[in-house]
Design a protein around this ligand. Structure first.
Ligand code: HEC
Length: 364
């Protein structure tokens, strides 16, 4: 029972929608006028305005509240579309043929003396059809004789973790110039990478882990040892001529010992340098010699000697963080060559557990 009722409603709806659709599709002003019997009460001249648009307005005004036919219920539901259809019978819309095109602006004159534009519309406005002539999309022109001296660029990219940002070259200066500038475009530059703030602490090493990374301008602080880049070498990292060697690491969850090792084959192949408090750079060979000279207990084992030697080359003992500039100067301060840098962080309570970060300075 309910099901049949539903089907009937469905059919009625389908009929109404279909009916409205077809009426709308073929709205004929003459049919509308006879449907409403417009001329049964007055002549066409009563309906007419002075043109198509004013006729629509006149009809709609007459059925609007206060209008002359506002109270004639057989007419006052007339729609705007029906009024338009009637107006189109009384004042058939005039169509004008298109005679010309509208265009984009001309492109700049290329080196072959050609410039182009695109066609984007027709003239006169609201015309129909296509002009009998073809659009003119290219023309010859006189190339500018001004030579290009510079480039235009995209905006710089975000500073990456290596302290570098890039951009792309996308044009030339001055405008409409010809040729290419004598200088190369500058597409990369050094920048100061500011890492997202880290809230946590770096765990004290529980095993031996090593991380190596390409030189960076500023140290990258992170609570994740794999993300941290604790040694920064300054603008040298991105081709600059200033060294700004600094270490920024921590905070650690517990006490650690930190040593910084510089291997300088260009200064002294075969020896390592350590930063030692109060001494500065110290050779490993000197530390070994000093240790040998110090009065040592003849009974102590080699393990103890190793431990005391390690103590001698520790830079920061029993700390939870380091943030220090070590050296600032021009690249000319060092002979050219590759200088590996190693930051060694060991658990203060268990020196066998360490993080080791390895990077380098390259002095051209
Ligand atoms: C039942 C009779 C009746 C029918 C049907 C009728 N009209 Fe009218 N109409 C009038 C009357 C009455 C007036 C008042 C002025 C007059 O008498 O000329 C009027 C006025 C108008 C006016 C305003 C004239 C002016 O001077 O501003 C317009 C426009 C108009 N009718 C359009 C129509 C159209 C379009 C239809 C058909 C869709 C229509 N009428 C159907 C009775 C009718």
């Amino acid at each position: 029972m309910r099901r049949r009722k539903f089907l009937v409603i469905l059919l009625v709806v389908a009929f109404l929608v279909g009916g409205v659709g077809s009426v709308y599709a073929a709205l004929d002003g003459n049919a509308v006028m006879s449907q409403y019997n417009c001329t049964g009460c007055h002549g066409v001249s009563t309906i007419k305005g002075t043109d198509n648009a004013s006729t629509v307005t006149k009809i709609m005004d007459s059925i609007a509240p206060g209008g002359m036919m506002a109270n004639i219920s057989s007419v006052n539901k007339l729609t705007q579309a029906e009024a338009q259809a009637i107006a189109d019978v009384l004042f058939p819309p005039t169509t004008t043929a298109c005679t010309d095109y509208t265009y984009s602006a001309w492109s700049t004159c290329d080196t072959n003396g050609r410039q182009t534009r695109t066609q984007n519309g027709y003239l006169p406005a609201n015309c129909t059809g296509t002009p009998s002539t073809q659009p003119v999309l290219t023309q010859s022109c006189t190339p500018s004789s001004v030579a290009c001296t510079d480039y235009t660029y995209s905006a710089w990219s975000e500073c990456d973790t290596n302290g570098q940002q890039t951009r792309t070259q996308n044009g030339y200066l001055p405008a409409d110039c010809t040729g290419t500038p004598s200088t190369q475009p500058v597409l990369t530059q050094a920048c100061n990478y500011v890492p997202p703030p880290t809230t946590g602490t770096m765990p004290v090493p529980t095993g031996a882990q090593a991380f190596s990374y390409q030189p960076v301008n500023m140290p990258v602080v992170s609570d994740d040892p794999a993300q941290a880049k604790p040694i920064g070498v300054g603008p040298l990292a991105t081709g600059g001529d200033t060294i700004d060697l600094r270490v920024d690491i921590g905070p650690f969850a517990g006490p650690v010992d930190v040593s910084l090792v510089l291997y300088g084959p260009a200064i002294d192949s075969g020896d390592l340098y350590f930063i030692v408090p109060g001494v500065g750079l110290q050779r490993l060979s000197d530390a070994v010699r000093d240790e040998d000279r110090s009065e040592s207990d003849a009974h102590e084992g080699s393990h103890d000697r190793e431990r005391r030697l390690r103590d001698r080359v520790i830079w920061k003992k029993n700390v939870t963080s380091v943030n220090e500039e070590i050296f600032m100067g021009n690249v000319t301060a060092l002979p050219s060559g590759l200088y590996p840098l190693v930051l060694n962080v060991t658990s203060h309570d268990n020196p066998d557990n360490s993080y080791r970060w390895i990077t380098y300075m390259f002095i051209p």
